[in-house]
Design a protein around this ligand. Structure first.
Ligand SMILES: [Fe+2]
Length: 187
């Protein structure tokens, strides 16, 4: 049996090359997606600490790689059963690949014109489950919500064009239409 050795270092080197060659997000997403799937097939990076979670936040965020200037970030994120995120954007492109379990995604479209800085009206665009090995790719401005509706912890690897705590990204309250900064606790 042959093993595909594709380490974190290999993945990061490819991410650097792709983003140096292109700033077109469609091209970046189409090239990074298959590499993210390849990266999670080789589980040499996966450690017990990646299953440690933040009870208060409902999910645990672990940094696998970040460039010194915060461009490019690779994070392992786990979700407790029944927990999830509010609707949010990323302020950059995002490639999410499932590692364990099935994460429920709801994608939203923006209905207002964006002229008010703390206000947004959203409607559901699509809803789907992403299982291990499956991709969720979003360009800058894409809005989604992730929940774990299973009985077990889920784990996925998230690759961003910039560390998400260093973009001006937002979370959205569907009841009040309030839009505010979204920062996550990272281990
Ligand atoms: Fe997200």
């Amino acid at each position: 049996m042959t093993t595909d050795n594709y380490s974190l270092d290999n993945y990061v080197a490819d991410l650097r090359a792709i983003t140096a060659e292109s700033s077109d997000e469609d091209e970046i997403l189409s090239r990074v997606g298959p590499l993210a799937q390849r990266f999670v097939t080789d589980r040499s990076w996966l450690q017990p600490k990646h299953y440690e979670t933040d009870q208060e936040q409902g999910f645990g965020v672990h940094l696998l790689h970040e460039e010194p200037d915060h461009s490019l970030a690779v994070l392992a994120i786990n979700w407790l059963p029944g927990k999830g995120t509010p609707p949010h954007d990323h302020g950059t492109w995002a490639v999410v690949v499932g590692v364990e379990g099935t994460e429920h995604n709801i994608g939203y479209r923006r209905l207002d014109d964006g002229s008010k800085s703390d206000y947004a009206e959203l409607e559901i665009k699509h809803e789907f489950d992403a299982a291990g090995g499956e991709l969720v790719c979003m360009k800058t401005g894409g809005i989604h919500k992730v929940t774990n509706e299973t009985d077990h912890m889920t784990l996925s690897v998230h690759t961003y064009g910039r560390h998400i705590n260093y973009t001006s990204r937002s979370q959205f309250d569907l009841d009040t239409n309030r839009k505010q900064r979204f920062i996550v606790k990272v281990e």
